[in-house]
Design a binder for this molecule. Structure first.
Ligand SMILES: [Zn+2]
Length: 326
């Protein structure tokens, strides 16, 4: 079924009136709509944020709009000589007052027993023509709540694609539509616990490195190769060691292909080279660029990336180079 762009616009725009009206009924007062953008596939309403305008309430407003569409509401227009006149007749009138400056004719669009807004755009004649209304995104920026919505054929397309995505998620997680929210929460909790465990394991593994002491200038060298530790913990360990004294840290961390979220990708290793800032002969950035190849950083702290098979040779070369310089 084809529909003209003008009709698609009028139906999306009228549904926006109904939606803002439904939100107003739920929050208990008139809202301020800063602007509305209508596009081919979706629309965005920018509304001044008020307390209580949370997702649950927005979903309730969506439900109420679809009820009004189902039962049908007439759309009527009233013309007044000025905004002031219009407000005398309709005290709860919603109007973008910054756009209606000075004495000018004002059209008020009334959705039967539901909403009143000053508006000069095109509207459908009954809410039933809106067919179906869906909120597709809610986000807050500053004091504005942005609400994306789709109407009619747009909304049916969105519903079809979104349901397909939801079924894909169910398929991936082994959940069904009724249990998927709980399943995702459970996965999130498990993931947080595993990350905490990995953090602790990473710390313990790094703390177990046996330092190598260079007697003549009391410099301590920490080096090692690990599998699938948390890179952030390695950087924190290196930062701490080089800040505390004359230390050099050379640590490689291999990443199995699974941990890259891409089983097709080639397994890699990250290499951290760090040295206390007083050790001017050790230029970590230069070492990484010359020996590891990919990567770099600052003279006292650099990171590189290599193929997993080259890791031990590279670490050995860096350790030998650094020992010769100390
Ligand atoms: Zn309008």
């Amino acid at each position: 079924m084809q529909e003209s762009p003008e009709f698609a616009f009028a139906r999306a725009h009228t549904a926006e009136h109904a939606f803002v009206g439904a939100l107003q009924n739920l929050v208990g007062h008139t809202l301020s709509v800063v602007k509305v953008e209508h596009r081919e596939m979706n629309n965005t309403a920018f509304i001044k944020t008020v307390p209580d305008m949370e997702l649950g309430l927005i979903m309730q407003a969506q439900e109420n709009v679809n009820q009004l569409i189902k039962t049908g509401r007439k759309i009527m227009s009233h013309t007044f000589s000025s905004l002031e006149e219009a407000k005398k007749h309709f005290p709860s009138l919603r109007a973008n007052e910054e756009r209606i400056v000075g004495p000018q004719q004002v059209t008020v669009i009334e959705i039967e027993n539901h909403d009143l807004a000053a508006c000069a755009k095109d509207h459908v004649t009954n809410l039933t023509e809106c067919d179906f209304f869906l909120v597709t995104r809610v986000s807050n920026s500053g004091n504005i709540t942005e609400i994306d919505f789709s109407v009619g054929l747009q909304a049916r397309e969105v519903a079809k694609h979104t349901l397909q995505k939801l079924l894909n998620i169910c398929n991936e997680t082994g959940a069904n539509i009724n249990s998927v929210e709980n399943t995702v929460k459970k996965i999130k909790n498990q993931n947080e616990k595993l990350l905490r465990d990995l953090k602790n394991y990473s710390r313990k593994s790094l703390d177990a490195i046996q330092p190598y002491s260079v007697e003549k200038n009391s410099i301590t060298l920490y080096h090692g190769i690990f599998d699938d530790l948390m890179d952030s913990e390695i950087r924190a360990f290196a930062d701490k060691k080089i800040a505390n004294g004359k230390a050099v840290v050379i640590i490689a961390n291999t990443h199995s292909a699974e941990s890259n979220n891409n089983p097709e990708s080639e397994p890699t290793a990250t290499i951290v080279v760090a040295a206390n800032e007083s050790l001017k002969d050790i230029d970590c950035n230069r070492i990484v660029k010359e020996i590891v190849g990919r990567g770099g950083g600052k003279p006292h702290f650099a990171t590189g990336l290599t193929k997993i098979d080259d890791t031990s040779n590279i670490v050995r070369s860096i350790v030998t180079l650094v020992k010769n310089k100390l």
